[in-house]
Design a protein around this ligand. Structure first.
Ligand code: FES
Ligand code: MG
Length: 578
């Protein structure tokens, strides 16, 4: 232990420091793994919180990352103990991984509190694993460093660069049309996901890894180092070393995740053209740590901030290119130079965010653009309000069509996602490009879990006419790799009785993004009459976790956390177990 820093007794000593019946018990069973007596002498016990799973392919390399964290902890004189928590695989979990984010966060919080841990390193990658672990760790509030697993290398198919998800729809269309063979289709699958790591566009996983860095809860460069790059292992090792010092310094998430840190994260979100999913996740994390954060903060703080990175899904390059160009430190430096960063926000390495990035180089001005030659102007997420979304809705203007940003159209309404999928292939559907597609019952309670179905496919007959975008409105989320003029996260959701539930075919709706409004042209009297005959849909579950979820989930504008999970309890030592 370092002698120069005065330290309070570590919580792990309430287990391991005892020379009585319970001390015997707590130490003895661990000794069967080969830990000698000296490991229990009061050195910091560091949990390595691992979301490794073969069912979460984006996190399948995490055992290796955990080993590098372990080396670092040992080098710094700590006692590392790796433990598993629920893992959330975005691709294979149904009905949506988001349904289980809060469950995993409870797992993390309770595991930290119940065990003899003094600090924790969170291993996070695939979309929902990052917010789940940060939410849980925020509620437990012991020293914490986040380590992201890193993005995959670029996809390469027959010499062509492909991003995560970007060619799935076009290739499935080509297969259906007989333009490519099934063997070519299968070959492309392997070519897109050719290395360990998470999606390598600026989708939700990379957005959240960037949030980890911008919040200061991860080390500099955390966002972009590819999973397959040895420097990903190096940052894991440095995190292992650093967490031991953080325990001695008692530097906790509540010292890092301040209002200033969230403001930095929101501005960074605009500057990277990040996923709309970050909105719900940041709101939920802020709720846990006790920082007041609202949807309006996203609109106000993101205004006037340009997107500085030319990355897919909206741009040309991939996360690997972003790393070689300088990664997030170069973006943060630009924000700081423009007065758009709280420079003194503390980060886990003990320095302020500005100390970390003040001299960050940019090696490629095409991938990371200067502020006055930005890739896209004014890229912050816009928050819409109006009688259709009294508690707010979200749109990403940088992914939308400029000509649709102020538009009035006739609603074409789908009561649920199955009806929508059927209708978009129906040649008799009464719809044209000026219409507004409205999807209900896909919010937190309705789906349940607020699935990524808000970017509805356009009707087949309109696609054939060359239509490429239409206004779509729902209470759902959309994938971070998607784009279009898509209004998301409408709150309250239809299933909870929000006005969205009352929209009918033929109603006129006005979307006015410059005015930040979403208006349904139906009179108060008519809406009241419709409400009188509205019946909530039958819930999708009457027992189990899904029932708990439906009964307790907050609306999107509150981050879709559970009402009883908001806040933090810290990690007081629980009473003895025997
Ligand atoms: Fe795991 Fe995209 S599916 S990060
Ligand atoms: Mg997704």
């Amino acid at each position: 232990m370092k002698d120069d820093i005065p330290h309070k007794p570590l919580r792990s000593q309430a287990w391991f420091g005892r020379q009585d019946k319970m001390g015997f018990y707590y130490r003895s069973f661990l000794k069967n793994s080969g830990f000698p007596q000296d490991q229990f002498d009061g050195r910091p016990v560091i949990g390595i919180c691992n979301t490794w799973s073969e069912l979460t392919p984006c996190n399948a390399h995490f055992r290796t990352i955990a080993e590098h964290v372990r080396y670092g902890v040992l080098e710094a004189g700590g006692f590392p103990l790796e433990f598993p928590v629920s893992s959330l695989g975005e691709v294979t979990m149904r009905p949506t991984a988001m349904l289980f984010r809060n469950l995993a966060s409870m797992d993390v919080e309770e595991a930290i509190r119940a065990h003899p841990l003094d600090g924790v390193v969170l291993l996070m990658g695939c979309d929902k694993t990052t917010p789940a672990l940060l939410m849980g760790a925020a509620s437990a509030d012991i020293p914490t460093i986040g380590v992201s697993g890193g993005p995959q290398l670029r996809g390469v198919y027959r010499g062509e660069i492909i991003g995560s998800g970007t060619n799935i729809i076009s290739m499935s269309e080509q297969l259906r049309a007989g333009e490519i063979t099934l063997a070519e289709f299968h070959e492309a699958e392997a070519a897109m996901n050719r290395s360990a790591g998470s999606c390598m566009t600026m989708g939700t996983a990379s957005t959240m890894a960037s949030m980890v860095e911008a919040l200061g809860i991860g080390l500099p460069e955390n966002a972009a180092i590819p999973a397959a790059d040895a420097r990903r292992n190096l940052i894991a090792r440095m995190a292992g070393r650093r967490i031991v010092d953080m325990v001695h310094e008692d530097l906790k998430p509540s010292d890092i995740l301040t209002r200033a840190a969230f403001e930095n994260a929101i501005r960074t979100l605009a500057a990277i053209g990040g996923s709309t999913n970050a909105v719900v996740h940041l709101l939920a994390i802020a709720g846990r740590i006790g920082v007041e954060l609202t949807l309006d903060d996203f609109d106000q703080l993101g205004r006037g901030i340009h997107c500085l990175v030319d990355l897919m899904p909206s741009g040309r390059f991939l996360m690997e290119d972003f790393y070689y160009a300088g990664g997030l430190p170069a973006v943060l430096r630009t924000l700081g130079e423009r007065g758009l960063l709280h420079r003194d926000a503390r980060t886990v390495n003990g320095q302020s965010i500005w100390e970390n990035v003040a001299n960050a180089p940019c090696w490629n001005n095409e991938v990371i653009t200067p502020f006055d030659k930005a890739f896209k102007a004014d890229a912050g997420i816009a928050i819409l309000k109006g009688n259709l979304a009294p508690d707010g809705a979200v749109i990403k203007p940088s992914a939308a069509s400029p000509e649709l940003m102020s538009h009035t159209g006739r609603a074409v309404v789908f009561e649920n996602v199955e009806e929508m999928h059927h209708a978009v292939n129906d040649e008799t559907l009464d719809i044209d490009a000026s219409c507004i597609m409205v999807l209900k019952n896909c919010g937190p309670k309705g789906y349940p879990g607020m699935a990524e179905v808000g970017n509805m496919p356009l009707p087949a007959k309109l696609l054939r006419q060359g239509v490429r975008d239409m206004i779509r409105i729902s209470d759902a989320r959309m994938s971070g790799t998607a784009y279009g003029t898509v209004v998301l996260h409408v709150a309250p959701e239809a299933t909870a009785g929000g006005p969205l539930a009352l929209v009918r075919n033929g109603d006129l709706i006005t979307l006015d993004v410059p005015a930040r409004s979403l208006h349904l042209h139906v009179s108060q009297e008519e809406l009241a009459a419709r409400r009188a005959v509205w019946k909530p849909p039958v819930p999708h579950a009457d027992r189990g976790y899904a029932r708990l979820y439906i009964d307790h989930v907050l609306q999107a504008d509150r981050g879709a956390d559970f009402d009883f999970l908001v806040g933090r309890s810290g990690a007081p030592v629980p009473r003895d177990n025997h």
